[in-house]
Write a protein that binds this ligand. Sequence first.
Ligand code: NDP
Length: 503
Amino acid sequence: MAKDKKRLTTASGLPVDDDQNTLTAGPKGPALMQDVHVMEKLAHFNRERIPERVVHAKGAGAYGVFECTADMSKYTRAKFLAKAGKKTDVFARFSTVGGEKGSADTARDPRGFAVKFYTEEGNYDMTGNNTPVFFIRDPSKFPDFIHTQKRNPATNMPDPDMFWDFLSLTPESIHQVTILFSDRGTPDGYRHMNGYSSHTFKWYNAKGEVYWVQYHFKTEQGIRNLTRQQAGKLAGEDPDYATRDLREAIAKGDYPSWRVCVQIMPAKDAKTYRWNINDITKVWPHADYPLVEIGRMTLNRNPDNYFAEVEQAAFSPGNFVPGIAASADKMLQARVVSYHDAHLYRLGTNYQLLSVNAPKACSAHNYQRDGYMRCDDNGKGGPNYWPNSMGGPAPDPSVAEPPIELEGVAARHPQELTDDDFFQAGELYRRVMTNTDREHLVGNIVAHLGGTQKRIQLRQCAIFYKADADYGTQVAKGLGLNVSEVKKLAAMSQEERVKATAA
Ligand code: NDP
């Protein structure tokens, strides 16, 4: 057997006698098509690439364990959270968002923070970021927003005009823009950053009582960021910096860990809370809803093969276990559908059968059949329809989510911009950031926004000014703009501002 494993074969297992010399008619060729081994080798090589992820293309992943540290059954019936000490295997993937698969790990960008919990009730995916909020709050804006982070269609180069034109026309982005341009936008690898669900999720207990939650993964390595100068230097010298850092730490037994917490809001609070709990541009201040620890995640095993386990890893915010469900957040509603759709495109119909994506602590039983690359037993000879009286798997009504009352007028309801949309970014600038944080934030913005047209600079500075007068003033000064012009634009409505800064 061992000897057999060492023998080179074709993909069909046929022994290969020579892998260096193509079969030819005479020593100078031509090559003969009957060299099945070489033809197969070349044809497979032509098909090695699969579509890269349109977002989160560059990433690194690792296996580990989640240990529940508090019984959460008062809030959720999820079994992996029901008992302190209970351990659940996980696979985590971290990533940048906008860059291609070969782009630098240290780019200024949010970082994806996705965790697959292999629970006994199926795989639960938490697909978050290292930021607690997002740039937009309506999914129809997502493709446009991502286009602005990619390459200019004419020049094939990143374009600060596209980037800031869109953001300054989308002022609800200010909170996330402020986090992105702080040094948290260039974390020192994947181990030194927090993860956040950003969305609100629903938890429900065995009695059907509902709570709203947001997840926080707090790094136990401590927050550590790069300055823009360090990040820029590393992008050239060691573009795989974060990938290397994660892999090397795990390889030497220095396992990274995160304290996993949630903010919990009783259902009745949501109606009267100051912030719309389904608005992903907002956080819930800790003073209102303090963090409650639910567990600890430790990553302790590197993948054996990057393509098989990381490139093909597929997470979906729609993968919920009983006890956890979606909120009404429009962005989440779209993600629940679109991640699965993206995997069908990238990986194919049966992507959930791939080892990294398949359930581990239970098995899947359903009436899905056939499709490209079906590689399990395809339901063997069992029934392929429901209902059946042949002993096939049956739905279990006991796992139903409590009923939800919904009403409303079907329309494209605009989410109006109000002064409240600038408040939390202002709080971050005024109250949370140190003088050094603020100085770096302004320097990072000036370095990037400085490459845009003046009218876009003015429009964006007015938005900074609306978040905090000093914030807007410092950026305007850094760009050499007239501060009173910025102040005047800040006093306008967004519509007036857009008109005043039109091309
Ligand atoms: P708190 O004073 O209770 O907490 C401040 C939070 O800000 C901490 O979670 C801290 O993370 C985080 N933080 C520190 N520096 C930065 C930075 N440069 N970029 C992003 N986050 C940072 O504040 P509140 O809960 O009242 O919120 C105030 C502001 O803090 C919010 O408007 C928001 O911008 C930011 N924030 C709030 C979070 C929340 O869920 N409430 C989460 C993250 C940020 P850490 O302790 O890990 O260092």
